[in-house]
Structures are given as structure tokens and as C-alpha cells.
Design a protein around this ligand. Sequence first.
Ligand code: ZN
Length: 150
Amino acid sequence: MSETSDLYQEVILDHNKHPRNFQRLEDASHRAEGFNPLCGDRVTVYLQMEGDVMRRVSFEGSGCAISKASASMMTEALTGRTRRQAETLFEGFHALVTGSGADSASAGDLGKLVVFSGVRDYPVRVKCATLAWHTLRAAMEKQDAVASTE
Ligand code: ZN
């Protein structure tokens, strides 16, 4: 492993061990649950929207290190963002972890989320990394259903 991927792994392990915004939001305006049957990851995403802005984003759940770290870093990346910015970030993140083309253009906006670029080498892990994001999208759409990566 290169030094870079060691560093990336450290960030992921840190977020897995000490997840940020890991709590139920009692006054959430939106929430959704997600499940990744391939790995057994479960997540509930809470959103407190003020107009179009995400004032607070939090999550609860259990799963592998990738899914938990991804959810944790997502909540940090999205707090204070608009719905539209969140969609753009998700698109960039999805391109990053699947290695599908034009991720270099949006990589600058992804900030720390680029630590997940190594996931593209492990297709099974892509669903772990994107579960929280799929669930966030379901929450934004106010789908009162369980989001699944399948
Ligand atoms: Zn997983």
C-alpha cells in the first residue's frame, strides 16, 4: 500500500471509531432509513431543513467501517449546504467511488471525501460507501420508506 492510501485509511478508521453527528435528531424535518443487504449495513439519516438549506445532518446505524465513515463524513460535508449542492456532491462522490469518468472535475469540491477514491477497486464496497447518500436522497424526497442499495 502506498503512503497515500495509508493516510486515507486512517481518516476512514478515525470516522468509523469516532463518527461525527452520530445521533438521532429529535426535531428533524426529514428522515429516512437505508439498508445494504450485501453487507448488512443499516443507517438512518436525519435532516433539519430550513428552507432549502440543511441546517443539521445526522445519522444513526451500524455497519462496516466504510459505511459508517462515509455517513459520518457526509454529515460533515453537507451541513449548511443546499439541496442542490447536496445533489451535486452526491454525483461527484458517486463518480469518485465507481471510477466512472468525470470525477476529476468535481474532485475539488469533494474535499476530504476523496479518501473514498480507493473504494473503486472494491466494487462490493461501493454500496457501503454510497448507502448514506442514497438514504439522504430518500430523506430529501421525503420518501417514508427504506432505501436500499439493491
Ligand atoms: Zn458495508
